[in-house]
Design a protein around this ligand. Structure first.
Ligand code: AMP
Length: 291
């Protein structure tokens, strides 16, 4: 595995691979890797010849009072995990490499970035779209892998890719969970033992609603109420919304199109997000959304 910090070096390493006709897969991350990230690597390895994993804690997607400076970092451990997982290139640029002092051009997402996290984290998806666009240009991957855990991020990135004609295929991978259901996240590291026990109620609520959906419940209010009932042990629910999976606008009862039940909640000062996709089986027995 090559560990690279400079864009010029990255381009050089990838030019060789491309000359040999290899398919390049990109897994963008902010590091402090866990099984969720490694599932993306695994997916990339099955579909590409070379997997590039990027680690970059992107300052432009953090608000002024968010956790940019305290975001968990452990490069040595991440490097070892990447090596073991079969990553070919670990790209870990520093902030100046990505954003030189002259930097002033951003990608501005549209309506998909407005609800859910976008409503509470102004500028977040502008930062995400900008850095993902830049990573696509630096790596020029054939495929790029994202986790459903960040459902709105997937929607914004997919739309950007279409709108800006970026020649990359976006692949979404289901959320990897701890055995008790908690969605894996680098931010779980912030939780105390007691907070960890309460955090699981987020996934418990969402998964309970998904269960009810599977057994036929189609009423939006009822599905939200089922999730809410379980979500009583977090300190604050920032949002709990059932949205159309494609437009991210409020879903209508009875559910007839794929929807996503999305939550953001605080346990202490830790903000966690999670979601489940509620999709109806199509007549041919397949699910109508790629989950
Ligand atoms: P992050 O490092 O948190 O920015 O995440 C990097 C990528 O990993 C994003 O595409 C996330 O959606 C994905 N990811 C994070 N957590 C999980 C998870 N539990 N399961 C699947 N993918 C995940």
């Amino acid at each position: 595995m090559q560990a690279i910090t400079r864009v010029a070096e990255l381009r050089h390493a990838l030019a060789e691979a491309r000359k040999e006709g290899k398919r390049v897969g990109l897994v963008p991350t902010m590091g402090y890797l866990h099984e969720g990230h490694l599932a993306l690597v695994q997916a990339s390895r099955t579909r590409s010849d070379i997997t590039v994993l990027s680690i970059f804690v992107n300052p432009t997607q953090f608000g002024p009072n968010e956790d940019l400076s305290t975001y968990p970092r452990d490069f040595i451990r991440d490097e070892q995990l990447c090596r073991n997982a079969g990553v070919a290139i670990l790209f870990a640029p520093d902030a100046r490499e990505v954003y030189p002092t002259t930097f002033e051009t951003f990608v501005e997402p549209g309506d998909l970035a407005m609800p859910l996290c976008g409503a509470y984290r102004p500028g977040h998806f502008r930062g995400v779209a900008t850095v993902v666009c830049k990573l696509f240009n630096m790596v020029q991957p054939d495929l790029a892998f994202f986790g459903q855990k960040d459902f709105q991020q997937c929607a914004v990135v997919r739309r950007m890719t279409v709108d800006l004609d970026l020649p990359v295929n976006i692949v979404t991978i289901p959320t990897v969970r701890e055995p008790d259901g908690l969605a894996m996240s680098s931010r779980n590291r912030y939780l105390s033992e007691e907070g960890r026990r309460r955090a699981v109620t987020i996934s418990r609520g969402l998964l309970a609603a998904a269960d009810k959906f599977r057994s036929g419940e189609r009423d939006v209010e009822k599905l939200i109420a089922i999730a809410k009932e379980q979500l009583n042990r977090v300190d604050r629910v920032q949002y709990l919304e059932l949205v159309d999976a494609h437009t991210l606008k409020a879903a209508e009862s009875p559910l007839q199109r794929p929807a996503a039940l999305c939550a953001a909640a605080y346990v202490g000062s830790t903000r966690l997000i999670d979601n489940v996709i509620l999709s109806l089986p199509t007549p041919d027995g397949k699910r109508s959304l790629g989950d």
